[in-house]
Design a protein around this ligand. Structure first.
Ligand SMILES: O=C(O)c1ccccc1NCC(=O)[C@H](O)[C@H](O)COP(=O)(O)O
Length: 215
């Protein structure tokens, strides 16, 4: 079944690995941005990666890092996808690609208007992530996505409760959730499980409805 994928972002404690292993999202994110309250020091990334089920792909989130820093972390093997969440432009992406042939690169775009979506549509990244901000728990105006024609990862203000609405309205390739699966600023195992189930459950009920309507 190829349903909507889901990423749980901002893991940094040993128990976060257990939570994702119980829920089995498609992706887990490590934030390598020192100013984030979810910062994971690069020297701790390999240990956390090893504690996570190998079927879950890990994504490194970078803001304003040098290409050399990103390449070093990627080569160490704790992440298999690079997510650029700062002001990186296409030239930066192409240079990074030249340094890391075959690496999957995602680029986050802060969506404010049709114009910001146009930039996302043209971006050279392997995948684009459409967000309100940077792990701030707020969503943008999803109605802007009605005419967006490229597969995308939806981020910003997603919760176990609004995931069915998000999937139904926006039809994303994947969902990216962080604040919405936290309690008192740290990851909550029950909320992670609920978010992953919400994404998968919606997909199952949609497939059932489609097969019934086909007679
Ligand atoms: O999570 C952070 O602290 C963060 C800091 C700086 C840049 C990006 C950051 N997170 C990126 C993500 O991929 C988040 O999952 C995404 O923005 C959604 O966050 P939320 O609205 O909290 O669900």
């Amino acid at each position: 079944m190829s349903g909507t994928k889901i990423k749980i972002c901002g893991l940094f404690r040993p128990q976060d690995a257990k939570y994702v292993n119980d829920a089995m999202p498609d992706y887990a994110g490590f934030v390598f941005y020192e100013k984030s309250r979810r910062y994971l020091p690069p020297e701790e990334a390999s240990k956390l990666r090893e504690a996570i089920d190998p079927k879950i792909r890990t994504v490194g989130v970078f803001v304003g890092s040098s290409k050399e820093q990103i390449a070093q972390i990627y080569r160490e093997g704790s992440i298999s996808i690079i997510q650029l969440h700062g002001d990186e432009n296409d030239a930066y992406l192409e240079e990074l690609r030249g340094m890391l042939p075959g690496a999957e690169i995602w680029k986050a775009h802060k969506i404010r208007s049709e114009k910001t979506l146009e930039a996302a549509a043209k971006c050279v990244a392997d995948r684009v992530l459409l967000d309100n901000g940077c792990g701030t728990g707020e969503r943008f105006d999803w109605s802007l996505l009605l005419s967006f024609r490229r597969p995308f990862i939806l981020a910003g203000g997603l919760t176990p409760e609004n995931i069915p609405e998000a999937v139904k309205l926006c039809r994303p390739y994947a969902l990216d959730v962080s604040s919405g699966v936290e309690t008192d600023g740290v990851k909550d195992g029950y909320k992670i499980l609920s978010a992953v189930r919400a994404a998968r459950k919606y997909e199952i009920s949609r497939i059932q409805a489609d097969s019934q309507s086909c007679g």
